[in-house]
Design a binder for this molecule. Structure first.
Ligand code: ACO
Length: 425
C-alpha cells in the first residue's frame, strides 16, 4: 500500500506504508535519496521512526503506556520488577517455572568479580555515581567478552541485570566510606539492592516492606519507554555490533543529562532552591514562562506526553503513601503539589500541554527511603536496564537493522583553497 507520493525535482516517489498494530504508522522513505536526491530534515527525530519495535507503546495524547500490550497501571498494581523485566526481554509474562528460574539466575549472578572491587578505589569520593556506573558496566565486557557463542548474549543479559545493582550499591558505599555489603540470596531484587545500600556489618538490617514495595514500583515504571534518548543511544551503539555492555554503558551516559534521566536530581535541587527562597513557587512558575529566563520547571513537559504522564500519576500516590508510612514529613512534597496545581491551571502550561513527568515525584520517594540525590539517576538506570536489554536484543534479531548513519544538510563553506599561515588575516 502506498502511504505517500512525493513530487520533488520532477521525480515522483511512491513511499510504502509501514503499518503499526496500533498508533502511528510510518512512511517508508528508504528510497528517497536515491530517487530524488533529497534527504529529510527532522532535528531531534520528532517525526522519525528509527525502527519497528514490539516492546512498548505510548499514546502521548491520551497518556497511555503499554509494555508488550499490558497497561502500566496493571503491571504497577500486580507485578514484580523481575517479572516485568522478563516480559520486556522475552515478550511474554513468565510462567511460574520461568519466573522461578529467571529469579534464580538473577540471584546467582549478583556478585561482581572480586577484582572489580579494586576499580572503586580509583575514584574520588566525590565521583558522580553515574560516571562510576557507566564505567563499571563497560568494564563488565573485560570479564565477559563476546566470542560469538549463541548462548553468550543470553547469559550477559542476565549478568548485566544482576550485577548492575551491586555496582550501584558499591558506588554508594564507596562514596560514604563504608564497607561493601555483599548481596543476600534470599532477598527480592529490590530488597537486595536496599540491603546492599543501607546495611552495615555491625548491625542487623531488615528492609522495611514499604521501601521494598516503593522501589519495586519505581523500577517497573522506569523499565522501558520506547525510543527515548538513552534507548536510542543503546540502539545506535548496538547497530555497529558493539557488545551489550558497551552499548548499555552508552545508554547510561545518555540518561545522565538533565533533560532526560538527570531530571529527577534536578527536580529535587529545584524544589530545595524554591524552599530556600521562602517557598515562593509562584515566582518560579513565572520564571519558567519567561522566554528570556533559561529557568524551566524541571519534571514538567515531555517530548511524547501531551497529557498527564501515567507514571507520574502512580508515583504521586506512592510518594504520599511512602512518606506517611515511614512517618517522614517532607516540606518538598507539599511544595511539589502546590507547584503542580499552579502550573496545571496556568494558560502557558495548558497551551503547551506541559504536565508533570515521571521525574517530578520519583525523587521525593527516593529521598524518603534515604537514597542520596546524586544516586537518583542511577536508580532510573537500574529500572531502565530491562528496556535497554530488550531493545538491544530486538535490534540484533531485526533483519532490517543497518548501522545507524544519519545524513545531514550541510551548511558550512563550499570547497575553498587552503591559506598558508603567513597569508591569513
Ligand atoms: N518549563 C517551562 N517551559 C517548558 C518546559 C518546562 N519544563 N518544557 C517545555 N517548555 C516549553 C518550551 O520552552 C517550548 O516553548 P516554545 O514552544 O514557546 O518554544 C515548548 O514548551 C516545547 O518545549 P521543547 O523543549 O521544544 O520540547 P521538547 O519535546 O524538545 O523537550 C523536554 C521535552 C526536554 C522534556 C522539555 O519539556 C524539558 O526540558 N523539560 C524539563 C526537563 C525534564 O523534566 N526532563 C525529563 C523528561 S522525562 C524523561 O526523560 C524521563
Amino acid at each position: 500500500m502506498v502511504a505517500g507520493r512525493f513530487e520533488v525535482n520532477d521525480k515522483i516517489l511512491d513511499a510504502p506504508l509501514v503499518e503499526s498494530t496500533v498508533g502511528d504508522s510510518g512512511i517508508d522513505i528508504r528510497k528517497l535519496r536515491n530517487e530524488t536526491g533529497l534527504v529529510t530534515y527532522d532535528p531531534g527525530f520528532a517525526n522519525t521512526a528509527s525502527c519497528r519495535s514490539a516492546i512498548t507503546y505510548i499514546n502521548g495524547e491520551e497518556g497511555v503506556l503499554l509494555y508488550r500490550g499490558y497497561p502500566i497501571e496493571q503491571l504497577a498494581e500486580n507485578s514484580r520488577f523481575t517479572e516485568v523485566a522478563y516480559l520486556l526481554i522475552y515478550g511474554e509474562l513468565p510462567t511460574p517455572e520461568q519466573q522461578r528460574r529467571f529469579s534464580e539466575r538473577l540471584t546467582y549472578h549478583t556478585m561482581i568479580h572480586e577484582d572489580m572491587k579494586k576499580f572503586f578505589e580509583g575514584y574520588p569520593p566525590t565521583a558522580h555515581p553515574m560516571a562510576i556506573l557507566s564505567a563499571m558496566i563497560a568494564s563488565l565486557s573485560t570479564y565477559y567478552p563476546e566470542t560469538g557463542h549463541p548462548q553468550e548474549l543470553e547469559l550477559n543479559m542476565i549478568r548485566l541485570l544482576a550485577k548492575a545493582k551491586t555496582i550501584a550499591a558499591f558506588a554508594y558505599k564507596k562514596s560514604i566510606g563504608q564497607p561493601f555489603m555483599y548481596p543476600q540470596n534470599h532477598l527480592s531484587y529490590p530488597a537486595n539492592f536496599l540491603y546492599m545500600m543501607f546495611a552495615v556489618p555491625a548491625e542487623p538490617y531488615e528492609v522495611p516492606p514499604v521501601m521494598e514495595e516503593a522501589l519495586n514500583l519505581l523500577l517497573i515504571l522506569h523499565a522501558d519507554h520506547e525510543q527515548n534518548c538513552s534507548t536510542s543511544t543503546v540502539r545506535a551503539v548496538a547497530s555497529s555490533e558493539a557488545n551489550l555492555f558497551a552499548s548499555v554503558a552508552a545508554g547510561v551516559n545518555a540518561l545522565w543529562g538533565p533533560l532526560h534521566g538527570g531530571a529527577n536530581q534536578k527536580v529535587i535541587e529545584m524544589l530545595e532552591m524554591i524552599q530556600r527562597d521562602g517557598a515562593n513557587y509562584k515566582k518560579y512558575v513565572e520564571r519558567a514562562k519567561d522566554k528570556d529566563d533559561p529557568f524551566r520547571l524541571m519534571g514538567f513537559g515531555h517530548r511524547v506526553y501531551k497529557n498527564y504522564d501515567p507514571r507520574a500519576r502512580i508515583l504521586k500516590k506512592m510518594a504520599e503513601r511512602v512518606l506517611n508510612s515511614l512517618g517522614v514529613s517532607d516540606p518538598l512534597l507539599d511544595l511539589a503539589q502546590r507547584l503542580e496545581e499552579v502550573a496545571l491551571n496556568d494558560p502557558y502550561f495548558i497551551e503547551k500541554k506541559l504536565y508533570p513527568n515521571v521525574d517530578f515525584y520519583s525523587g521525593l520517594i527516593y529521598r524518603a527511603i534515604g537514597i542520596p540525590t546524586d544516586m537518583f539517576t542511577v536508580m532510573f538506570a537500574l529500572g531502565r536496564l530491562p528496556g535497554w536489554i530488550a531493545h538491544y536484543k530486538e535490534l540484533k534479531e531485526d533483519p532490517d537493522t543497518r548501522i545507524w548513519r544519519p545524513r545531514q544538510v550541510y551548511i558550512g563553506h563550499p570547497k575553498r583553497e587552503y591559506v598558508p599561515a603567513g597569508k591569513r588575516g
